[in-house]
Design a protein around this ligand. Sequence first.
Ligand code: PHE
Length: 387
Amino acid sequence: MSFGVIYFAIMPTTDLGLDKTLSALGIAEAEQVSARFADVRTHFENQFQRVHDESEWKTFRDGWLGRKSGVLTLITDNWLKPATQELKRAVGQELNKLRAHVESQIEARRIAIESGAEESALLREHIDLSLPGVHRPIGSHHLIRQVFQEIEDIFVSIGFSVVEGPEIETPYYNFEALNIPEFHPVRDDMDTFYLELPKGAATPLLLRTHTSPMQIRTMEKQKPPVRVIVPGKVYRRDNPDATHSFAFHQIEGLAVDTDITFCDFTGTIEYFVKQFFGPSVKTRFRPSYFPFTEPSVEFDVSCPFCGGTGTASAGGTCSKCKGAAWIELFGAGMVDPAVYGFVNYDPKKVSGFAFGIGIDRLAMLKYGIDDIQVFFQNDVRFLRQFP
Ligand code: PHE
């Protein structure tokens, strides 16, 4: 209901002849006076029924009790004052009765409306302490983040610091400065998602295919000694299946100093692997190839699940290493002297090692997960298993 409709419904009507004198209304007898006052009262009751809230109540009160033009004032001015001697007494009596009725009714309604408003406010603000509270689940770190942290802790404990770098790279950092020139065959595996850039852009941009560009960015910024690890996301053009994803995670490691040997390198890796999988695992390395390390190796760990036997504890072939007793872990190597040329390090004075650990694979191994896709699907039933 609009305010206008309410307003007119509770305004006193002109039908009662309040603006005319009684003689102009043709009233000459006391009985007629009573009848007319009865009409006024009926009118009052009818309107009064429609008064339900504070604003209606105010309009109604002003309509009846307003000093200047309320009904009672009009009756006083137009009916009582000009009344003939014979009628004056009757009008006065009727008016007093009407006033007493109107005033008491209006006051009673005020109290009713106020307490009603309080009641409904109480209802609105009512708190039921017996209801169970709102459950706001607290999130937890994704398993990948947990593994990142675990690995970071291990390397930080032996003097490495953690740095992060851009996921969008230039070909220079992702390839060239890592000794991978434009037509080098290893680009076939890694030449990947390029960004669409406006014509005339200074350099192409791509999603980094590995965290190794941070080797270059770190050495550009910092003189040796360098000991950093770089956790982050990397991207390759791969079709998704249980072991492939176009986005995955790596931790790069780089240590460069004046006296770093191959022994420091293997010792560091062995320390890490034992911390991560447990003291009983063994490591081994095999020759491999990366353009930015020389020599390059692939690190394997003795299968932590069958104790490096290739046989499951219940008999039969170990499902993790498929009976091989060894599990391939990650690529690494001594930094290729050619790389130092890109960052103004003197290859005759410095040496170092680098490694790139695939985190998803490591997490799958350690926690017995057989599908890499679950890391990216964010199914809470999976996430909840690693609180
Ligand atoms: N960047 C290499 C890859 O993604 C891994 C690697 C890092 C190898 C550092 C050697 C040294 O495959």
